[in-house]
Write a protein that binds this ligand. Sequence first.
Ligand SMILES: [Zn+2]
Length: 196
Amino acid sequence: MIGQKPALNATSDTSEHTEVSGEVSNDVSETVVDEAPEEVTDGSLDQDRLWMSHAMRLAERAEAQGEVPVGAVLIKDNTLIGEGWNQPISHHDPSAHAEIMALRAAGQALENYRLPDTTLYVTLEPCAMCAGAMLHARVTRVVFGAFDPKTGAAGSVYNTLQDDNNLHKLEVQGGVLAEQCSEQLRAFFRRRRKNK
Ligand SMILES: [Zn+2]
């Protein structure tokens, strides 16, 4: 997986969701919204969509493991250097969010705790913990899909990534494949309610 380039025909296959049963205790908001605050016209958008599609496929792995479906990838020079998906329940680890897992994988791959000149793609707006980890890692840019009005720390509730007190600030692009990312989460919560 490391060093992987994005497939040009990357699409999100959401047709094979595993039905989730059992107790899922995760504090990811159920009220994700998919409205981007402004029209996205950046030239890197196609690339952003490709990597976000990859993050959505990783989110499916989380769901297959009974976790809330969130996926993340870390990219450097348009090459994948780390990927992760949400797995706090199975790891008995409250910090095992998709972004943290991707940062850990990239740190191991590059043998460096600093990860400059990278872009992190994640299907849901990062929480304060993950935003803090991205600051420590010196990630350059974060691109997220669905907005999280309850716990989002990339502008929705907190603006951790761009706080004026920060020594380091990240570029932030929200709302890439927002509708698809939101629907992936909403479908998960719908199924979970049905299975209760
Ligand atoms: Zn998080």
